[in-house]
Design a protein around this ligand. Sequence first.
Ligand SMILES: Nc1nc2c([nH]c(=O)n2[C@H]2C[C@H](O)[C@@H](COP(=O)(O)OP(=O)(O)OP(=O)(O)O)O2)c(=O)[nH]1
Length: 226
Amino acid sequence: MASYTPRVRKLYTLIFPLGDGRVLLGYKKRGFGRGKYNGFGGKVEPGETIAEGAIRELEEEAGIKAKDLPYHGILFLEATADPASPILEIHVFTSTSWTGEPMETEEMCPEWFSVPSNSADTSHPPIPFQTMWEETVEWLPILLGFYFPVSKGAEKIQMVHHASFKKGLNPQTGLQDIWHGMDENFIQWLGSDEADENGYPGRLENWTEEVKDRWIEERKKASFDA
Ligand SMILES: Nc1nc2c([nH]c(=O)n2[C@H]2C[C@H](O)[C@@H](COP(=O)(O)OP(=O)(O)OP(=O)(O)O)O2)c(=O)[nH]1
């Protein structure tokens, strides 16, 4: 049997706290992604589960402690300009219930934004996609759209998204930045107990490391051949 060597991945978490018709985003004040809005999250530390890491990072960055944590998907982010760099594997959650009140921390400034939906809370500004990581616009509206009443069955639907970034000019810093400038991206939505016609399990929890790698490689090859 051929041996399997997983590619280097860095594990991250990302949580979007949700209220009625609104989503809490954080303005990053320092470090990687400074000057952008995003959900709350960071690296999973040795010895903790992904969910534990997600809860810890939300508390460190926004001062609130999640009481629920629906799991929605995985983002795989890769730098095309730097093939030796690891793939960032970012696990995406929402939360609708927590203790504490959102507060500014050393790393993030939390702010509410209105989610376009029947129950939109228009006392907040619209989601600032122009100051978020550029792949976010591909999946966040759908993620939020199916949580709110505009569509049904939301919590069962999950996704995997692979986006690669090429070297480009970062308009915020004026510098060449390998994480700026989106290249290929592929999204697969999951939501079934059955595998699809290509053998991919319909639920994220059933995706092994080997399946994840195969999925990324096959999508890249298909896009190259097209
Ligand atoms: N949507 C999106 N999110 C990203 C991208 N890159 C990226 O790191 N993130 C997310 C993953 C994490 O939630 C967060 C980065 O976490 P971080 O570098 O601040 O990690 P950390 O808090 O553990 O870092 P540290 O400063 O404490 O060392 O941003 C991206 O290209 N798109």
